[in-house]
Design a binder for this molecule. Structure first.
Ligand code: MLT
Length: 388
């Protein structure tokens, strides 16, 4: 991109559209194309799906995949930062158990920040990421009232295993759970600069609030049903379908459309083909749970819904998105309550949002950083009346 290059002819039709399509900055961590979906630092997501989350976090922060030595030393670095301040557990113990887990997550992040902030953007972002597995595990334990015998946080374990160790569910295959969560985390870590939660987090950080406050705000943005909480709604939708018979699934989809209810798990703001993150999760599901009834349902839905949705010429992308399969896989490995699903999305995004905050605060504009966000709003007639 050359200096002074024209990117968009702004017209009044761009106003009050949620800034859709309006370029406002550059992003160093990822970009999304309508046909290939998200790329992290140039790598298409399907090439990264099977990597360890630690290596992908490294990629988002340092813009290259680590070699073996860098990978080992980064894992040690995260371990050294991982201890969650004890106040966080004390605060979680006081929260209402019927509060949404995303609100617990936001409060947990605020409490982390109140207990320990260095005010160095990169230090705080990495500390936050290193403490997420324990925070996530404790949110489950306290909200579910399973507070007896919580295992110590084993900081020698990889990030995902620290979470499953704290969660400590009986009768689950921890190896398969770790695998599903690892893929889930990598697929959800980043999605360009303009998605609502990332944008909100960077906007808050532009006023020099702490990384913790910015991340808590980002999680609040992610918690709405039009953004991250769609993955909860999607699995609830799949549960309601209740059958993998193709004709019944089609009848269900048509019935929902007639009742003007959304078809969850399809469509996307940027993509115009099936989201590769959906394809990666389907591939994993075919390997680990091809006979699971919910997996059978989404396999049929993936065929039926795009066909039915594309009958409506106003739908620009009728294809499966990232939410279609994630709940089914989480449920299969023993994470059965969809209310928690968006917290995994949030956990994953702490990597991308953290890296983007660090870039905007310390790298952009030759290290000066992006100034405080201050878009322009045009006065409407009512607001001008007083000065007439
Ligand atoms: C996603 O992961 O698909 C996004 O956060 C949604 C978006 O890009 O607006």
């Amino acid at each position: 991109m050359s200096d002074g290059e024209k990117l968009l002819d702004l017209t009044t039709s761009h106003l009050n559209t949620g800034m859709r399509g309006v370029p406002v900055g550059t992003c160093r961590t990822s970009y999304v194309t309508p046909t290939e979906g998200v790329h992290y630092c140039g790598y298409p997501i399907n090439e990264l799906a099977m990597l360890a989350p630690e290596d992908v976090i490294y990629l988002l922060f340092y813009k290259e995949l680590p070699n073996l030595e860098q990978s080992v030393s980064f894992r040690e670095n995260l371990k050294s930062r991982g201890a969650l301040p004890p106040t966080v557990e004390e605060v979680l113990a006081t929260l209402p158990v019927d509060g949404h887990p995303m609100d617990w997550l936001s409060i947990g992040l605020h409490t982390m920040g109140m207990s320990n902030t260095t005010n160095d953007w990169a230090e705080d972002a990495l500390n936050l990421i290193a403490r997420m597995p324990r925070l996530m595990g404790l949110i489950f334990r306290y909200r579910e009232g399973r507070i007896a015998n919580i295992p110590e946080d084993d900081l020698t374990l990889p990030l995902i295993a620290r979470f499953t160790n704290t969660l400590d569910l009986d009768n689950v295959d921890k190896a398969v759970m770790n695998r599903v969560l690892s893929t889930y985390l990598v697929l959800h870590m980043d999605h360009g600069g303009g998605n609502l939660s990332t944008f909100a987090g960077k906007a808050i950080a532009s006023g020099h609030a702490t990384v913790y406050s910015a991340m808590a705000g980002a999680m609040n943005a992610l918690s709405g049903p039009l953004h991250g909480r769609a993955n909860q709604s999607c699995f609830e939708f799949v549960q309601r379908i209740g059958t993998s018979d193709p004709a019944e699934v089609e009848r269900f989809v048509r019935g929902e459309l007639e009742a003007k209810r959304p078809i969850f798990g399809f469509g996307h703001a940027v993509l115009r083909t099936e989201d590769p993150r959906a394809a990666a999760q389907f591939a994993l599901g075919e390997e680990i749970c091809p006979e699971d009834e919910f997996f059978r349902i989404i396999r049929v839905l993936r065929e039926v819904a795009p066909r039915v949705l594309s009958e409506n010429p106003r739908i620009s992308n009728p294809n499966a998105n990232v939410d279609i399969a994630s709940g089914t896989l989480l449920n299969y490995v023993g994470l059965n309550n969809p209310e928690y699903y968006t917290t995994f999305f949030g956990w994953a995004r702490t990597a991308g949002i953290g890296a983007q905050i660090v870039d905007e605060r310390t790298v952009m504009r030759n290290g000066k950083g992006v100034p405080i966000y201050r878009p322009k709003y045009i006065a409407e007639e009512q607001s001008l009346r007083h000065i007439e």
